[in-house]
Design a protein around this ligand. Structure first.
Ligand SMILES: [Zn+2]
Length: 227
């Protein structure tokens, strides 16, 4: 049964809000496809090929994974999350399987744009099912495999997902201008002890202007007393 479709991050979040799985989801298991690797990726066609392999060769009812992520950050909904997947022996009943189209034994995560999209997907799943980063598991914890690849470390991956979650959730720290107590609507987060705040809304609330026309040259100008 063909169920895969590409969605934006916003659609992924909206879809998550509309489903109500009753199977007690308590883990997100992360995979890589290994083959096809990032270089072999051909968009939706690759996702369909994985589904056909799982159905026709492995004999499963659908793609084994719930979500697949492309090297450029495309998000593909595969098997419906309400149904148990077929991706990690012994863990399928209560988990969601997310797979990067990559071979992270060889492909460099640092030059794989989809890594961040996948981490945002995992962050959204954690938020939806009220789980913390300890619920992120790697397939290799449960199988004699390297999946999701030797170049990915679980502790770092969990930290990056937590950071993605705080970027995605502007409800957490608010910026309050003093005196006066004006609340600035912007992304604000403390990541690894560093406070990160969107510059433009804060600067503009202070009556400063931000010029980023030269950002290709590595410069953003913040001009006091303008605008
Ligand atoms: Zn795997």
């Amino acid at each position: 049964m063909a169920t895969e479709r590409q969605v934006s991050m916003a659609q992924f979040r909206a879809d998550l809000d509309t489903i109500n799985p009753t199977r007690g989801i308590s883990e997100i298991v992360v995979h890589h496809t290994w083959s096809p690797d990032a270089a072999a990726y051909r968009g939706l066609e690759t996702v369909r090929a994985v589904r056909r392999y799982h159905v026709e060769v492995r004999g499963w009812s659908d793609n084994g994974y719930h979500v697949m992520i492309g090297p450029s950050g495309a998000i593909f909904l595969c098997r419906p999350i309400e149904q148990p997947g077929a991706h990690t022996a012994g863990r399928n009943a209560h988990s969601v399987g997310v797979s990067f189209i990559a071979n992270f034994d060889r492909d460099e995560p640092g030059s794989y744009a989809g890594l961040r999209a996948g981490q945002e997907v995992v962050a959204a799943l954690l938020e939806r099912f009220e789980l913390d980063a300890n619920a992120i598991r790697f397939h290799r914890e449960f199988a004699n495999k390297t999946c999701p690849g030797l170049k990915l470390g679980l502790a770092e991956f969990r930290r990056q997902v937590e950071a993605a979650g705080s970027r995605a959730n502007p409800a957490r720290p608010k910026v309050v201008l003093l005196p006066g107590g004006e609340v600035i609507e912007c992304h604000a987060a403390v990541e690894d002890g560093v406070t990160r705040v969107d510059l433009r809304p804060v600067a503009e609330a202070l009556g400063w202007a931000v010029h980023d026309r030269l950002k290709e040259q590595g410069k953003v100008y913040v001009v006091k007393g303008e605008g």
